[in-house]
Design a protein around this ligand. Structure first.
Ligand SMILES: Nc1ncnc2c1ncn2[C@@H]1O[C@H](COP(=O)(O)OP(=O)(O)OP(=O)(O)O)[C@@H](O)[C@H]1O
Ligand SMILES: [Mg+2]
Length: 361
């Protein structure tokens, strides 16, 4: 059953479904997950961003006898205190201005299943008290209600910051910490998972290769060396992101150093870029858009302008310059109305004044 890599010699330590990597550090995680799944005790998932906490939470549910019940995830870091309160516990009509009807909370929705409290460290002290009660008594009231609701829910919580530190600095209740920390599972950072980089790279080459209709079977030895030496602050998510990008840009059946970011390749990549830089326009545009998209905020809502505007701005500047800043000429060349051009220049902060060009000639 066990490869002997880890703590419990009689427990299966093979990778859980959907997870890649057989390092000793991960083998222990697989064992802890299998051992914890059957229980109703709280699990606390700890680990840097991108280490796979959400995957483990889902596996805990899938392997439990609650698997046929609901799995409900709540990102405690994404909502304000009062929204999170009614998200978790529900509310009754009229309990606050926007409460136009009764609402079932996520704890009720998770009845008979599992609730995953992601970024639990972001909860306010008031909510921490409420959570403590649910954990101890399995009961709560909806916001604005006096009726007590009982639920049968298994709680999994995750934190990507050091909860011990949060407790010692008074930002997280110690009693809640101990209630959550019955079964701690620590996800190791990727840089500590010896031997896992290459299988992860191959896994994502395969995933994104299939998605993009490409087959990339080979990995350049220098690229592999750099990937193995890199520190991976964003862990598996960061690696996944770089491989997706590399696959999109790849023009051969090999993962070349030039396809990896300078952060990973260091000087080696910069030297290679000159040789491998994509030369056709579409590749350059694809790379530009790709870079912009990967830098964008998760909840971005203005991507069109953010990505198209810098291109527009650059175009206007270059054409204006070629026309000695004569707006009429530039507008003709661009094939747009002069007023449109002026409006755009103003918008981009490039306009001096309408009369400030030599159109009067
Ligand atoms: N061992 C692994 N094998 C394959 N994919 C993985 C592995 N670990 C993580 N991933 C993938 O990496 C990404 C990040 O994982 P996940 O969302 O579970 O991380 P997280 O610890 O919850 O991060 P955060 O703290 O930022 O929420 C996901 O796309 C996930 O599928
Ligand atoms: Mg997560």
């Amino acid at each position: 059953m066990s490869s002997g890599n880890s703590h419990f010699s009689n427990v299966d330590d093979s990778p859980l479904e959907g997870l890649v990597g057989t390092s000793a550090a991960m083998s222990s995680v697989y064992q802890m997950t299998r051992l914890s799944a059957a229980s109703n005790s709280s699990v606390l998932l700890l680990g840097e961003t991108g280490t796979g906490k959400e995957l483990i939470a889902a596996a805990l549910h899938r392997l439990s006898d609650r698997a046929s019940g609901p799995f409900v995830r709540v990102n405690c870091g994404a909502l304000t205190e009062s929204l999170l309160d009614s998200e978790l516990f529900g509310h009754v009509k009229g309990s606050f201005t926007d409460a136009v009807r009764d609402r079932t909370g996520r704890f009720e929705a998770a009845h008979g299943g599992t609730i995953f409290l992601d970024e639990v460290n972001s909860t306010s002290s008031t909510l921490q008290v409420k959570l403590l009660r649910v954990l101890q008594e399995r009961e709560f009231e909806r916001v604005g209600d006096t009726r007590t609701i009982q639920v049968d829910v298994r709680v999994i919580a995750a934190s990507n910051c050091d909860l011990n530190l949060e407790v010692s600095e008074g930002r997280f209740r110690e009693d809640l910490f101990w209630r959550l920390n019955v079964l701690p599972i620590a996800l190791p950072p990727l840089r500590r998972r010896e031997g896992d980089i290459e299988p992860l790279v191959r896994f994502f080459l395969d995933v994104y290769g299939t998605a993009n209709g490409k087959e990339i079977k080979k990995i350049d030895p220098d690229a592999l060396k750099a990937l193995n030496e890199y520190q991976w602050p964003g862990n598996v998510r960061e690696l996944q992101n770089y491989i997706e990008r590399a696959v999109v840009l790849a023009q051969s059946d090999q993962l070349e150093p030039s396809l990896l970011p300078v952060a990973v390749m260091g000087d080696a990549a910069e030297a290679q870029v000159a040789v491998f830089r994509p030369t056709d326009d579409q590749s350059l545009i694809r790379e530009f858009v790709y870079n912009r998209l990967s830098k964008a905020e998760k909840d971005a809502d203005n991507l069109y302008n953010e990505i198209v505007e810098p291109v527009e701005k650059e175009l206007l500047m270059q054409v204006l310059q070629s026309c000695n800043h004569t707006q009429t000429k530039a507008a003709n060349k661009l094939g747009i109305n002069r007023n449109t051009l002026y409006k755009k220049l103003t918008e981009f902060g490039l306009a001096k004044s309408k009369n400030d060009d030599s159109d009067a000639e």
